[in-house]
Design a protein around this ligand. Sequence first.
Ligand code: GLA
Length: 339
Amino acid sequence: MTQQERLENIPKLHEAFKEHFRIGAAVNPITLRTQSELLQHHFNSVTAENVMKFESLQPEEGRYAFADADRLVEFALANDMGVRGHTLVWHNQTPPWVFESQDGGAVDRETLLARMQAHIETVVTRYKGRVYAWDVVNEAVSDKSGELLRPSHWLDIAGEDFIGKAFEYAHAADPKALLFYNDYNESVPEKREKIYSLVRSLLDKGVPIHGVGLQAHWNLEDPSLDEIRQAIERYASLGLKLHITELDVSVFRFEDRRTDLTSPPEAMLARQAERYRQFFRLFREYSRHIDSVTFWGAADDYTWLDHFPVHGRKNWPFLFDEQHRPKASFWSVLESANA
Ligand code: GLA
């Protein structure tokens, strides 16, 4: 049986949830090929895993490299999928030139903001009308107790209003695009409150922000369902849209660094299916606020978790196995669409 024939008998995930939210996947130039049929069958939104990050799009000042990002957008349009753009301003995967002056020292604030503006304007304008939502600023909030914003070159040089500026530049380039603040550990109570107060203060200043992205890099035990519910309620109380932006369910807790598994034990897969069922029930319960759920990948043959936090340790975080066959997690998610 070809993969096409196998897929024909399997309900499409995005159709099952069409009344509720889009179903997305992060893709890269390789998975666009190796997972193409699976993507076309189950997903109606895509996000670039890397090719829309600053270092990919503008590796040197004024030299833009759009080929891979263009291909992704063309794939999406050809298959009636939405594109979530990821990401315009981040402390990672941003080339050093952005923060350096000609003499090799740190650039001044005005120049840095001008570079940020040029980048955002060029990128957002290119994909205007084709990328419907952008993660404008990614991970600006600190994980450290007592510290609101994460130290970064953006913060050190431009000051805390680099965040608001990024949204203003993006909005000016495409007034119709939905603009998101995106972060991880979004359900940890202390960080949740920091994200909430950052976004609250942006809204109070009149910054054009339309949504909060919950990355949702979760696992078999953490965060608890209650913590996730509280996070959703807290962010929803801002009156903004919520997108689940990078969902995966690691079979290992974050502290668990064991490397002895070569395939996932049944008990783990059953627990994962239960977690996915609970998550999607919750997403449905709050689907008035949540209008997109994106996985950070599509099937277990490719996941960044194979190299994080333990390099070279296989993980199995998705609804489809390494051969793209539905796992118990897929069927429990599907049931929660119809329950
Ligand atoms: C963060 C970023 C993503 C990606 C993952 C790890 O969540 O937002 O772009 O880099 O880390 O792959």
